[in-house]
Ligand binder design. Structure first.
Ligand code: 9MR
Length: 619
């Protein structure tokens, strides 16, 4: 989608429909008064009306947020051709946003249930970006976010029939990977060569990191465990789409097979990452041919690996005819990793320290983590649920009093909660108390989120705390949504999914920047993500389906930002890796959130089977 082109198209379209001023009503008196000049300028699009640029389900809540001072008291929903005003509503009172100087007024058109393509109009402003109301409104986005992982595949060529105009050659075959001096053992001395092909590139860079695969794989596998029927029929046009395995799992297997190569078969320990010494330049995969290394094993990587393998084992156990040995291999790899971790309970990957000791220095992403209690709990949980072995339960119990918060790549305790609670009805008696405790804690967080929505200037769960605006803040929004969906599983209460939906709306445009944060979707969408293939492929549009990092007042990239407040410190420039990179862990959270909505829309009454005939309430 080309932002500028759409603006121009909007202008043209609207010039044709010039008898449609003031919320689209044919008002001849006003037409005469305003004349052509003001007509043209008033008909362009504005991002001052923050709207979900993809759209809304017919019977779900529908909110847009107007930012800046506006004199009007009302707003209108108008047909996309500008002809018909279909709904009029009042703007809410002015609110002051907590983490920027933005002032907002809410336009709530939840009662408008007609399906089709629409715009919003507010007197004195240009018109909003267009949006759609229909069943399955996020279905393309849901598929594209998963397809985003296909575009991240390393080592293989992306063929045109799957990748369209973003087809490309292979890159980083990783058939020859050196054991970095930091990783040398007796069995694998200096100069040893191993093979570590496949897997996904982590982000805008071309390296592959085990720790970040932890939360990423878990989020995708959990999406499958939570919505198996939905995902069983979801196709994303990838090379494996014709096989008998759901595409989400086909995609997961592509990375899982790489993860196996990262385990040292001699001792079960897992290398922290497979990497260049330095980040590649802004070139296509395959252009650089520098040496690749696996670096020191770490306890965090090994425990994350153990957790993922244990979760994968119980899922692939049910697919023995399609993937005969995979589940057994996962289980074995998981146990071997666990035993390595027991012998090496706190080996940190401290890149700065290693660089003082070993050459070449490694300067790619560190994903260093000092606090490992959460990794222990998570690995033990996945292994407990898969094996039912009480030994793992006892490890979970050891840290049960530690606090639990929203998950991120280095904070994985909540992933353990999701898994324990998913299987709460098949737990042994001795786990009852623990399950209750986990349930209470998760619901407490969910209730706090919901409690603060009314006070939020954008009426979202996202942005209630300044801490939400970290590097990768958009994944905070998506992960809050996932937590709320888990609260729904526990309680059966729709309000939690409605809360999650506020954050999907945030990600798709109802936020202080006015951006729809997924490439290829919305009118005002990132065009210049910090993503090497998108920069180097010579194609104007970035690779689609990728969630950018989002506002991050830290601005560690030192690029020239136009705005610096927490909610607005986002820059659509390929320089801006601190707010405009893409990453597999962020995309996985998007995959979960948007696909969960598609899976739940009818059960929750956000969509109805006959909603296309629903008429509006006030017209
Ligand atoms: O997502 C990571 C973020 O939490 C850290 O603050 C940041 C700096 O260490 O690194 C981010 O991860 C990057 C990784 O190190 C390398 N690949 C790109 C990742 C996304 O920016």
């Amino acid at each position: 989608m080309n932002y500028r082109k759409l603006y121009a198209q909007g202008l043209l379209l609207q010039l044709k429909k010039r008898a449609t001023l003031l919320c689209g009503k044919k008002n001849l008196f006003l037409l005469v008064l305003l004349g052509l000049h003001s007509l043209a300028s008033s008909q362009k699009l504005t991002d001052q009306i923050k709207i979900n640029q993809v759209g809304y389900y017919p019977t779900s809540s529908k909110i847009a947020v107007v930012t800046g001072k506006v004199a009007a008291y009302s707003f209108c929903v108008v047909s996309a051709d500008g002809k018909d005003t279909l709904y009029e509503g009042s703007l809410g009172n002015e609110r002051k946003s907590a983490y920027s100087s933005t002032v907002t007024r809410i336009a709530d058109f939840s009662l408008f249930k007609k399906t089709g393509d629409f715009i919003l109009r507010i007197q004195g402003l240009k018109q909003s970006f267009p949006f759609t109301i229909k069943n399955d409104v996020y279905s393309e986005l849901a598929k594209a976010s998963l397809k985003g992982f296909y575009y991240q595949r390393s080592s293989i060529a992306l063929e045109e029939k799957y990748a369209g105009k973003w087809n490309r050659g292979p890159g980083h075959p990783d058939a020859v990977v050196y054991i970095h001096p930091s990783a040398v053992t007796d069995d694998r001395p200096a100069g040893t060569v191993v093979s570590s092909p496949g897997g996904w590139y982590d982000a805008g860079d071309y390296n592959k990191y085990i720790v970040n695969c932890g939360i990423t794989m878990s989020t995708l596998l959990s999406a499958y465990e939570d919505f198996p029927n939905y995902f069983d029929s979801l196709k994303t046009n990838i090379p494996e789409s014709e096989d008998k395995i759901p595409d989400i799992l086909n995609e997961v297997v592509y990375n899982l097979r790489w993860m196996f190569t990262m385990q040292d078969p001699n001792d079960g320990g897992v290398y922290h990452k497979c990497t260049n010494a330095d980040f590649d330049g802004m070139v296509m995969p395959g252009v650089t041919k520098g040496p690749r290394y696996v670096v020191q094993k770490s306890t965090a990587a090994t425990l994350d690996f153990a957790a993922v393998m244990a979760q994968a084992a119980r899922i692939f156990k049910k697919m023995k005819s399609q993937l005969p040995r995979l589940a057994d291999s996962c289980l074995k790899a998981s146990a071997n990793a666990w035993y390595w971790a027991l012998k090496h309970p706190s080996v940190e990957y401290d890149q700065a320290r290693l660089n003082k000791e070993y050459k070449p220095a490694i300067n790619t992403g560190a994903y260093g983590d000092k606090k490992l209690e959460d990794e222990w709990t998570w690995a033990a949980t996945e292994m407990f649920v898969t094996s039912k072995n009480k030994m793992y339960f006892e490890v979970i119990e050891q840290n049960i009093n530690d606090s639990v918060t929203l998950p991120s790549w280095n904070n994985v305790r909540m992933l353990a909660y999701y898994t324990m609670l998913r299987f709460r009805n098949s737990m042994p008696k001795y786990a009852t108390e623990m399950v209750q405790l986990m349930k209470q804690r998760l619901l407490k967080i969910a209730n706090e989120y919901l409690g603060q929505v009314p006070a939020n200037a954008f009426a979202t769960v996202m942005g209630q705390s300044k801490k939400d605006f970290v590097w990768g803040s958009n994944s905070v929004a998506a992960n809050q949504g996932i937590l709320l969906i888990n609260a729904y599983f526990l309680s059966g209460e729709k309000k939690y999914v409605s809360g999650a939906l506020t954050n999907l709306h945030y990600l798709l445009g109802r936020n202080a920047t006015g951006y729809c944060f997924v490439t290829g979707f919305g009118t005002k969408s990132p065009m210049h993500p910090h993503h090497r293939p998108s920069i180097a492929d010579g194609i104007d549009e970035p690779i689609p389906g990728l969630l950018v990092g989002g506002p991050n007042p830290g601005r560690q990239d030192k690029c020239h930002y136009l705005f610096s407040e927490p909610e607005t410190s986002y820059l659509d420039s390929d320089c801006a890796y601190a707010s405009n990179e893409i990453a597999i862990n962020w995309n996985a959270a998007m995959v979960y959130l948007v696909n969960a909505m598609e899976a739940l829309q009818f059960e929750l009454g956000f969509s109805e089977n006959n909603s296309s005939t629903t008429t509006t309430l006030n017209k």
